[in-house]
Design a protein around this ligand. Structure first.
Ligand code: ATP
Ligand code: MG
Length: 274
């Protein structure tokens, strides 16, 4: 005997049907809840994609506007420009185009990473000479701001990494250190080997990052209140790419920063991530 809504089911077949019905009803309710949850997630993703596209378009529009205006001035015959002015305009067009290309390359990198298609090509690298080469290239940029790069290490090792991706990471972090530090200061790069991990720190004596803004640092377009110390461009994509590359190597990246004192990024990478 079974009681449903004050009605008494006596037939065993009816009781079984009722149980089956209840089970299906529960499953349906669970499926409905799941669909609502997925819908909310998709709406959130869609909103962040729109925001992402809006910011990308905005960042591309500024240099593109510059290119259009400067090239218009070069093409118009109403304004007489001497050779020096023409050259200056062309240099500005060239630098705006390069900036746009950098943004587009970063956006493409982020899209490859986000869709889970980041392919790593592991190779054996002798880490000290690898780092020295990257640092030497960056020294040219640093010297323009009279910044000294000090590289320190106790030992060298062969490590298994995707060399071009890790080069991108170091270039980004060192590029930031140069961009956000005032002239005549130092940038310290330290390399150490701890058990199975490779620890790389990049420390600057720059503007620093306010504590409240540290959380969003590794998210795309995380442009925060700090700007380059010589008016350098800020897009806010570099650290999002850095974070994903380090994650894909099964490594970790942390940051310590004090406004007015400086910033230190600490990377820890397994020596054999392949
Ligand atoms: N070493 C640093 N010192 C001070 N602020 C920093 C430092 N590194 C990053 N930041 C802050 O974090 C923000 C995000 O850095 P990120 O490298 O992602 O972008 P970006 O340098 O602005 O642009 P890009 O996409 O060209 O790298 C920067 O805009 C800056 O405000
Ligand atoms: Mg950067």
């Amino acid at each position: 005997m079974f009681k449903v809504n004050e009605e008494i089911l006596t037939d065993e077949e009816d009781v079984n049907k009722y149980h089956e019905f209840s089970r299906l009803n529960n499953e349906l309710a669970t499926a409905q809840r799941e669909i609502i949850k997925k819908k909310v997630e998709l709406e959130k993703l869609n909103a962040s994609k729109d925001q992402f596209l809006g910011m990308a378009a905005h960042d591309l529009r500024t240099p593109l506007n510059g290119i259009v205006s400067l090239s218009n001035l070069l093409l118009e015959d109403t304004i007489e420009l001497n050779e020096k002015e023409q050259l200056e305009f062309l240099q500005m067009i060239n630098s705006s185009s390069k900036h746009m290309l950098n943004i587009i390359n970063d956006l493409l990198d982020i899209s490859v990473i986000e869709t889970g298609n980041l392919q790593l090509n592991f190779e054996k690298v002798e880490i000290v000479s690898f780092m020295s080469r990257i640092i030497n290239v960056n020294k040219i940029m640093a010297s323009k701001k009279a910044l000294q790069i000090v590289f320190d290490y106790d030992d060298t090792q062969e490590v298994l990494i995707d060399a071009s991706k890790i080069e991108q990471v170091i270039n980004n972090l060192l590029g930031n250190a140069i961009k956000f530090t005032y002239p005549n200061k130092k940038i310290f790069i330290n390399l150490s080997i701890l058990d199975q991990d490779l620890i790389i720190t990049i420390e600057d004596q720059g503007k620093g990052i306010p504590e409240a803004e540290l959380d969003k640092l590794f998210k795309p377009f995380s442009k925060i209140s700090t700007k380059g110390t010589s008016g350098e461009q800020c897009t806010g994509l570099g650290l999002a790419i850095v974070h994903k590359i380090i994650e894909s190597h099964k490594g970790k990246i942390n940051v310590e920063s004090k406004p007015g004192i400086g910033t230190k990024f600490i990377i820890s990478l397994p020596r054999d991530a392949g």
